[in-house]
Design a protein. Structure first.
Length: 134
């Protein structure tokens, strides 16, 4: 029998990302630290046509199919507007968030650290009209 310790440290950090109304995919501070993002890091997105599931892989080195991770102040994001438009995600009408779940079994096939992007959707709050505030 080969016992493996399932460390609490590994399961305490929830990795999350959110599509902003601009179409950018932004990452929480904890996620950025856990994924060791820095300006110039690269991520690749993969879509399973059968299951309709989305995956993200943190790549090492230059991969022409990968998106550049950019820094804005203290947070990191990826310019994904055209990607999410093509996938027909309604990020302007809905808050779309992803819980990132590590899938190491796919690392070798993809060539990077793979995460399944479990999508959660909530209605986006509508901004009040300036006239209504008066």
């Amino acid at each position: 029998m080969a016992l493996q310790t399932l460390s609490a440290k590994r399961f305490q950090t929830k990795l999350k990302a959110t599509i902003q109304s601009s179409g950018r995919l932004s990452f929480t501070d904890k996620t950025s630290k856990e994924l060791q993002f820095e300006s110039g890091s690269r991520v690749k997105f993969l879509f399973d046509d059968e299951s309709k599931e989305l995956y993200m892989a943190k790549m090492s080195g230059n991969d022409e199919d990968a998106f550049e991770v950019r820094a804005s102040g203290s947070y990191f994001y990826v310019a994904t507007k055209r990607l999410f438009d093509e996938l027909e995600f309604e990020y302007k009408k809905k808050n779309i968030m992803f819980d990132l779940v590590r899938k190491p079994a796919l690392d070798e096939e993809v060539g990077g650290e793979v995460y399944k992007m479990n999508k959660r959707t909530l209605p986006r709050r509508e901004k009040e009209d300036a006239d209504d505030a008066e």
